[in-house]
Write a protein that binds this ligand. Structure first.
Ligand code: GAR
Length: 203
């Protein structure tokens, strides 16, 4: 069975999309751990409700050592690490040992509105401010940069004239909840091929 860990920092609706895909039989994998960089977030409750093991490494306490702690916990235990609204930056050995085995979901069409400090509602505020007509979400591999890894898949939504950042966030989030389980499924089924930055889906 393909094993994953999901890293979270907030409400965990992206985590829920993976749980739901597993529950309805669309996705054949098991969530071995849900790890948060903050205590008391709702994502941990969602995991506990499904009897998934949870861990919290408070970002303020662990600071730069959070990647080491995660590596200690997950090395040899999971096939894939999924960042589902996880806001700490991963680095060091963890990235080397899990090369092409860590993915992230970002709420814009990378390379637009991404990089350091771009997360959550801020991304949608910037998209509306810029005046783009389309936005969306991106699932990508995690490398040493911020939001710079090879792109696995993207989903597009229109930006409507009267949209607030919250309206756009809600529309994008709906697509995130399709994109993330879809990407995990492709990886679990060994259907992803990577050459340099180019990701192709093997039929
Ligand atoms: C999602 O919109 C995700 O794309 C975003 O945080 C939200 C988490 O929502 N991630 C980033 O902005 C990363 N740069 P959730 O806690 O309900 O899953």
């Amino acid at each position: 069975m393909y094993k994953i860990a999901v890293l979270v920092s907030g409400s965990g609706s992206d985590l829920q999309s993976i749980i739901d895909a597993i529950d309805c039989g669309d996705l054949n994998c098991s969530i071995e751990a849900v790890i948060s960089d903050k205590e008391g977030v709702y994502a941990l409750e969602r995991a506990q409700a499904k009897n998934i093991k949870t861990y919290a490494f408070n970002r303020k306490e662990y600071k730069d050592t959070i990647s080491e702690e995660i590596l200690k916990l997950l090395e040899g235990k999971v096939d894939l690490i999924v960042l589902a609204g996880f806001l700490s930056i991963l680095k060091g050995e963890l990235l080397k040992k899990f090369k092409h085995r860590i993915i992230n979901i970002h709420p814009s069409l990378i390379p637009a509105f991404c990089g350091a400090g771009m997360y959550g509602l801020k991304v949608h505020e910037k998209a509306i401010e810029y005046g783009v007509k389309f936005s969306g979400c991106t699932v990508h591999f995690v490398d040493e940069g911020t939001d710079t890894g090879a792109i696995i898949l993207q989903k597009v939504v229109p930006v409507l004239e009267k949209d607030t950042a919250k309206d756009l966030q809600a529309r994008v989030l709906k697509e995130e909840h399709k994109a993330l389980p879809e990407a995990v499924k492709l990886l679990a089924e060994g259907k992803i091929k990577i050459e340099d930055r180019k990701v192709t889906i093997v039929k």
